[in-house]
Write a protein that binds this ligand. Sequence first.
Ligand code: NAD
Length: 491
Amino acid sequence: MQHSVPDLSDKSLLKNQTYINGKWVNAKSGKTFEVYDPASGKLIGTMPEMDKEDTQEAIKAAAAALPELKKTTARQRSKWLRKWYDLMMENAEDLAKLITWENGKPIADAKGEVNYAANFFEWFSEEAPRAYGDTILPSIPGNRVFTIKEPIGVAGLITPWNFPAAMITRKIGPALAAGCTVVAKSPGETPFTAAALAELAHRAGIPPGVVNIVTSLENTAEVGETITSSEIVKKVSFTGSTRVGKLLMKQSSDTLKKLSFELGGNAPFIVFDDADMDTAVNGAIASKFRSSGQTCVCANRIYVQKGIYDSFAKALTEKVNSFKVGGGYSEGVTHGPLIHDRAVSKVDAHVQDAIQQGGKVLTGGQKLPDLGSNFYQPTVIRDMTPSMDLAHEETFGPVAGLFPFDTEAEVVKQANDSEVGLAGYFFSKDLARCYRVAEALEVGMVGVNTGLISDPAAPFGGVKQSGFGREGSKYGIDEYMTIKMVTMGGL
Ligand code: NAD
C-alpha cells in the first residue's frame, strides 16, 4: 500500500505514537491500527491500538498529575492555554494539512477549523481566572455563606472525526482552565491531528499527566468502558452519535459521573416567504454543505414556504452546480469526500428512499466512483415529504431535501417533530416572527438569517436526545467544576 504524505513544514508534528504522562508511547500489546486518507484511499500511517490496560495507565497518569495541577493558579493555567493557542496559530498551516489529510475536508475549511479550534484555548485562557464563587446573604443570623468553584477531577473526553481539532480543544480548553487533568480518546479515523495537538501541549510546557491521549480503532468500546466505569474519572464529556451517548450514559451510571453529551442533530432550516432570497440561499449552502454535510449542526430538513419554493429551489440548485468536488488539497475544490464508504451508502439510501417516495432530484443523486469510493455528488431534491427517511434521520452528507409548507404554525410543528434538538435555522425579515419562531423551536441553538452559528463565545449544545451540557461560552467551564458551599457559623 502506497503512503500518502502531506508536505508539513514541521515534520515532528506527524506522530505514530500517542502521548501519555508526558511521553510518546506505543500500546503495551504492541498492536497498531491503520488510518487511510478518505480522498485517495491511501494509507496515512499507523497509531497504537490501545486497550483497557493502556487506558488505565492514562487514567493513573491523569490522577497522579491532578493534585499538583489543582495547586496551580488560574493565571498559570491561563498562560498554558494562551501558549498552546499561540503554538496552534504558528503551526496553523501544518495542522490544516493534517486535518485535510485524515478527514478529507478542503484545505480552506481545514484552516477555518484550526482557527475555530484554537479560539477555544484563547477563550478559556480568558475564562480560567474568572471562575468566581459567590458570597451569599444567609437566612440564619450570624452565619456567613460563600461558594468555591473547584475542578471536578480527572475528565474523560471522547470526540468524533468530523472536527479532528475543534472537538478536542472545545473540551480540553475548559477542562484545563478549570484545573482538571484529562484522558482524551481520539477518533480512530483522525488520530494524527490529536497527536499534533499533544505535541504542541508539550511544547507549551503543560506538565506530564495533565493531557493524555488514548488511541484506538478496534478497541474503542473497551477503551470507552474503561473510562466510563473508572472510579477515578469523575466527568465524561462525549461528542458523537445519540446511540453511543446512550450507551456511555448507562456505563457511567454505576459511578454516577457528571456527564455532558453533544449528540446527533436533525436541524430544521426554514425559509419564509418574506426572507431575503440571497441570504437564505447562502445560509443553506453554508449550513447544509459545509464539510460535505458532515457537521452535527448541518441543516437536514429544508422547509421552504410555497410562495418562494420554486425560486429558492432554482437558486440553490444553481449554486450547488458551481461546487467542485475532489481531494481537499486540489486547486479550486470546494467539497471533499465523506469520511468512509459506509457514510456514502447511508447518504445514497436516503436519496433512493426519497426518489421512491416521489422526491425529484434537481442535481446530484449519484456516487462519484471516478473520484474514489468515498465521494457523493452534492444533491438537491425537491417535493420531500415527512414520511421519507431524511425527514427523521440525520443524513450526515451533502443532500439538501426541500419540503414545501404553507403556514408558520404548520412548519414549526413539523420542525419540532423530532426526537433530537440540536440546531435550527430560519430566515425571515419580520421581527415579530423572528422572536416567535426562535422561541418556538425545540432546539439548543437557533440561527436567524444565518447558517453559521458556531462561536467559542456562545454556548453550544442541544435539547431532547441531542444531549445536555454546554460547550464554549461562560458556561463551558462549569461542566468541569463543582460548587462547594461553605457556611461559617458563630461569627
Ligand atoms: P460515533 O458516536 O460513532 O463516534 C464518536 C466517537 O465515539 C468516536 O471517537 C468513536 O471512536 C467513539 N465511540 C464509538 N463507540 C464507542 C463506544 N462504545 N465507547 C466509547 N467510544 C465510542 O459518531 P460518529 O459517527 O463518529 O460521528 C458522527 C456523529 O457525531 C453524528 O451523529 C453527529 O451529529 C455527532 N456529532 C455531534 C456534535 C455535537 O456537538 N452535538 C458534533 C460533532 C458530531
